[in-house]
Design a protein around this ligand. Structure first.
Ligand SMILES: *Cc1c(COP(=O)(O)O)cnc(C)c1O
Length: 489
């Protein structure tokens, strides 16, 4: 009898974990790989975008048994690492792509080693995130973290969803979380031209729908959302029994780099008690630049919610963004919910309230804050301010070069870091102009000369360069325009 009980509870001694059998070999391998990563970072100017071999990258059979880590390391370094986006290259100006920081490799090692879950509980990582959020509040001139709050996100898209959900809770009250919105047709969101589609995406996901969006024309004098037309549209909607959800201001539109007059919109929203949201994905950081440009962010402190990225103009490795909420209670009111298995405590690991899972969408979430915290520690905001100023000067230089060439013309005045131009043609139909622009930008990309993107502005195709790259030199700008002109013969 006794014997059988013993055999049932016998403790096996041969269980395997996934840790290395040989830590010394693992250590040596990682040192070697780290050297190769640093080599690549150091020679970044030699590493433009190269077109990926799709078949080679997707044709690997499902691995049932493992491969020696040293062989996988070779694949990582030789078969995967070279096929990056090219956004680490100094002449990458397409879309709005951040260029990465040396500090990111440092923090990535520590982040992976800690493997923290920042959804909640009482551990060091969540305090680093709190520290980072409180630094951001200070940077943007917001009240401190006793009043305002925020959370690190994967980017501005998810930050926007959190912001608009918070606005929804304020406008419709907390019980809406239980009842759901019964009548979607009466909520209105006011935006100006060029607003990013993360706003419509959020409204779509929230079930409010994109028809809630009212596009307010620009004031020709200020190139900002026209306040008179905004007031008129709101009044018209209210007369119909509609309800303003929020007004969205832009700190840097993605297409042409336009900044709304945030101060004026903010004052207006305050007087009307309407939620003011700012999309500052990349442009919020112009706050750190030389006063010549930082004035564009005046009024950013007036917002009820501000969404921005660290992975664009702050160059922090993908992905990292954040949302700030003026009254932090709106976050808890919108996302707070703790089932029994997440019960908090005043002691031990279950402490540390409030948890980030009560302030956003995710429960389990990584330690994204660390790479941002590390970057801010290593470089300091003054250096970032210098880089941002430098990018604005480079956009200005590109604008000057475009204007100096009879073959090119500016599509918009350069006001910050975005330069949009087109080839001078004589009444060429837009499809042909677009094909020409696409050919030029593709040729430059394949040559590894520069990455520019194309867009449509005022129904005409344009070539677009967004300077958010700390590695760019003035010589990259001149070389890029030279390369464009060379294509034109
Ligand atoms: C990039 C961008 C977004 C979306 O941000 P993600 O971090 O890519 O989700 C929103 N608005 C503007 C103005 C942007 O440039």
């Amino acid at each position: 009898m006794k014997q059988s009980v013993e055999s049932k509870t016998a403790i096996p001694t041969d269980e395997e974990s996934l840790d290395p059998d040989n830590w010394q070999a693992y250590r040596s391998l990682l040192h070697a790989v780290l050297d190769q990563c640093v080599d690549r970072m150091e020679s970044v100017s030699d590493n433009p975008w190269i077109p990926p071999d799709k078949d080679a990258l997707t044709g690997t059979p499902l691995p049932c048994s493992g491969t020696d880590m040293s062989i996988v390391a070779q694949t990582l370094v030789n078969q995967i690492m070279p096929y990056a986006t090219g956004n680490t290259h100094p002449a990458f100006f397409g879309w709005v792509h951040g260029s990465g920081l040396a500090s990111g490799l440092l923090s990535a090692m520590v982040e992976a080693t800690m493997n923290s879950n920042c959804g909640g509980r009482d551990h060091g990582a969540v305090y680093i995130e709190r520290q980072l959020i409180s630094w951001c509040l200070e940077i943007f001139g917001w009240p401190d973290d006793t009043i305002s709050g925020g959370i690190v996100t994967s980017g501005t898209s998810s930050a926007t969803l959190i912001a608009l959900t918070s606005a929804r809770t304020r406008v419709l009250g907390k019980p809406i979380r239980r009842s759901g919105i019964k009548d979607f047709s009466h909520l209105c969101v006011y935006v100006a031209k060029g607003t990013h589609n993360c706003i419509s995406k959020a409204l779509d996901i929230m079930g409010i729908g994109t028809s809630a969006i009212r596009e307010i024309p620009l004031d020709a004098a200020t190139n900002s959302m026209c306040l008179k037309k905004l007031a008129g549209a709101i009044q018209q909607d209210k007369d119909k029994g509609f309800l303003p959800l929020c007004v969205v201001g832009n700190a840097g539109t993605v297409n042409v780099g336009r900044f709304d007059d945030l101060d004026a919109i903010g004052q207006f929203c305050e007087s009307e008690s309407i939620w003011f949201h700012i999309d500052g994905a990349y442009g919020a950081w112009i706050k750190l630049a030389d006063p010549r440009w930082s004035n564009l962010s005046n009024g950013i402190e007036r917002a009820d919610s501000l969404a921005f990225d660290f992975h664009k103009w702050m160059s922090v490795q993908y992905d990292a963004g954040a949302v700030l909420i003026k009254n932090k209670q709106w976050l808890i009111d919108s996302f707070g919910d703790r089932p029994a298995y997440l019960k908090g405590d005043t002691q031990g690991l279950a402490g540390g309230a409030p948890w980030y899972c009560e302030q956003g969408i995710e429960l389990s979430r990584g330690f994204r804050a660390l790479k941002v915290w590390t970057a801010l520690q290593v470089y300091g905001i003054d250096a970032f301010g210098q880089q941002i100023t430098q990018n604005c000067e480079q956009a200005e230089l590109m604008g000057t070069l475009v204007e100096a060439s009879p073959k090119l013309e500016l599509v918009r005045d350069v006001t910050a870091n975005v330069c949009c131009f087109k080839v001078v043609t004589h009444d060429l139909p837009n499809e042909q102009l677009e094909a020409m622009h696409n050919d030029i930008t593709a040729k430059l990309q394949y040559d590894g000369a520069a990455v520019l993107s194309t867009t449509t502005i005022d129904d005409r195709s344009a070539i677009r360069a967004a300077m958010v790259n700390h590695r760019t030199q003035a010589s990259d700008i001149t070389a890029t325009i030279d390369a464009v002109l060379k294509e034109l013969g």
